[in-house]
Design a protein around this ligand. Structure first.
Ligand code: PMM
Length: 283
């Protein structure tokens, strides 16, 4: 895999309120969508069956397995890298058996601590996001003194817990968990100081795509702020965090972030070339 920022395309396998086609319909739509994202240049597909939106209720484990596994299985042949977006150890275990190589746990091992054992047993990479509580309560957990320091300290504890059960350092990826028990100001501060999280020494994944704080920013400027209208702002964040050295961006709209990463990569390459020229030029 290259060193440039990876683009992780989101494949949500959740009921479509505009259709009554049942589960086969949802599955087929998700599989087709995953293939479409790959054709658009996604490096990784992140497949999830449980909504983590603020206020969302949980789905049962059976339902989550039923949604996710057929889609992981179907896309494992197409995608180089499949990630499973789950907080449940059993879902992670079965998804890895079906072809996933990354476990993306937005709870960072806190919802179901056994998930770290799945990473140990299977060798899959493990995304640990900063998290304080489930979607139904996270809006009441947004109080911080210095959000950047506290998120780093709490993430460091989550990392230590994973290492303590035997997860290897090179399996771990960290994520600031934008929007998870964080208001808009906290999200912007974390983006401003991504270097502080990178100091932990692990690759950093950023998931800003279409989140509410982008809608709030756009609304303040009088721009349409519905989720699908947030893709340009999402791409701007992809460019900024790619320039800052993020390992990957998790996005709904893949082409705009692929371009954003290319822009950041061109700036980085120009900087490297310039530095070399100046070092090599005779005094
Ligand atoms: N955000 C959501 C879901 N999964 N995974 C990671 N690693 N980081 C995130 O920020 C993240 C995630 C919620 O967003 P969605 O409901 O729009 O998919």
């Amino acid at each position: 895999m290259s060193t440039r920022t990876q683009v992780m395309g989101i494949v949500n396998v959740t009921p479509d309120s505009f259709s009554d086609g049942g589960q086969w319909f949802e599955r087929d739509v998700a599989i087709a969508h995953g293939r479409h994202l790959l054709a658009q240049g996604a490096d990784i597909l992140d497949i999830g069956g449980e909504s983590t939106r603020p206020g969302a209720a949980r789905v049962s484990q059976e339902e989550e397995l039923d949604r996710v596994l057929p889609v992981v299985r179907a896309l494992a042949g197409d995608a180089e890298v499949i990630s499973v977006d789950t907080m449940r150890a059993e879902v992670a275990r079965q998804a890895v058996a079906a072809g996933a190589t990354i476990i993306n746990d937005v709870s960072g091992g806190k919802a179901d601590p056994a998930i770290a054992h799945v990473a140990v047993d299977t060798g899959a990479r493990l995304v640990l996001s900063h998290w304080r509580g489930h979607s139904d309560v996270m809006a009441s957990l947004t109080r911080y003194g210095d959000v950047v320091r506290e998120v780093r300290a709490e993430l460091a504890e989550q990392v230590e817990a994973a290492l303590a059960v035997g997860v290897r350092r090179d399996q771990i990826i960290v994520d600031p968990g934008l929007g998870f028990a964080k208001d808009a100001a906290a999200n912007w501060e974390l983006l401003a100081r991504l270097d502080y999280l990178q100091d932990l020494g692990y690759p950093v994944l950023v998931g800003a795509s279409r989140k509410r704080f982008l809608g709030e920013l756009l609304a303040r400027h009088g721009t349409e702020s519905l989720p699908t209208f947030r893709d340009r702002a999402t791409a701007a964040i992809s460019a900024l965090v790619a320039r800052a050295g993020a390992w990957a961006v998790r996005v709904h709209d893949v082409p705009s972030s692929v371009d954003a990463v290319r822009v950041a990569e061109a700036v980085r390459a120009a900087n490297v070339a310039r530095t070399q020229q100046h070092q090599e030029a005779p005094q």
